[in-house]
Design a protein around this ligand. Structure first.
Ligand code: FMN
Length: 200
């Protein structure tokens, strides 16, 4: 009889992430458990991919960035994206695809307030993805912003905020010793998630 599949992929995602946190994330060279490759496409359908840190997971995957960055410009014209997590020491990959929407200002403010001050200042100092002559440009701006906000809380800059990818499809891949890897794909249906096993 085939093994029954978990019914909720977001719960399954959390389980795998927590297993990574409990064991492999302790290694000094371990990647952060929430890091994933985010793929977007521009209005010509031209793809690009980069790592992001998924800050938290609720009914979707939430990441933060500069609204002027390439990834943000892409989802402004093509509001759908894909994320790929790889917990490679465990032989695991999780993929998620779906629409992306911008968080409201309050939710972005709330998360920004939890960041270390250095990252808050960096959000003010870096025109992410703009061409620069030298790193020194950003260093000087960082120092100027640090002086400007000295003795006060750093507010969230309007050009920085969060995005939520709400998955419509997810896929879990698990390496097996006999090379017949496990793949389970989920599709969101009106009545709930539908899970199917797919060939490796
Ligand atoms: C592990 C890792 C995590 C990263 N996390 C973020 C992130 O959460 N937000 C972000 O804007 N950039 C993050 N970056 C930098 C991006 O990969 C990328 O260089 C930057 O966001 C500009 O991308 P874009 O020009 O395609 O928008 C991260 C890079 C690495 C290697």
């Amino acid at each position: 009889m085939p093994t029954p599949l978990p019914t909720d992929p977001l719960r399954q995602f959390t389980r795998w992430r927590d297993e990574w946190l409990a064991a492999d994330a302790q290694a000094p060279d371990a990647q952060a458990p929430g890091s994933a490759v985010l793929a977007t496409a521009d209005h010509h359908g031209r793809p690009s991919a980069r790592w992001v840190d998924v800050a938290y997971v609720d009914h979707g995957f939430v990441y933060f960035t500069n609204h002027a960055s390439r990834k943000a410009a892409d989802v402004a014209v093509n509001p759908t994206a894909a994320l790929c997590f790889g917990w490679l020491a465990k032989g695991r990959q999780v993929r998620a695809e779906g629409p992306v929407s911008r968080l409201d200002e309050v939710e972005s403010d709330t998360y920004f307030a939890t960041l270390p001050r250095s990252l808050q200042l960096l959000a003010w100092s870096s025109d992410q993805s703009a061409e620069i002559d030298d790193r020194q440009v950003v260093r000087e701006r960082f120092d100027a912003e640090r002086a400007r906000f000295s003795g006060q809380e750093v507010p969230r800059p309007a050009h920085w905020g969060g995005y939520r990818l709400t998955p419509e499809e997810m896929e879990f891949w698990q390496r097996r010793a006999d090379e017949i890897q496990d793949r389970v794909r989920y599709r969101r249906r009106e009545e709930g998630w539908q899970a199917v096993r797919v060939a490796p």
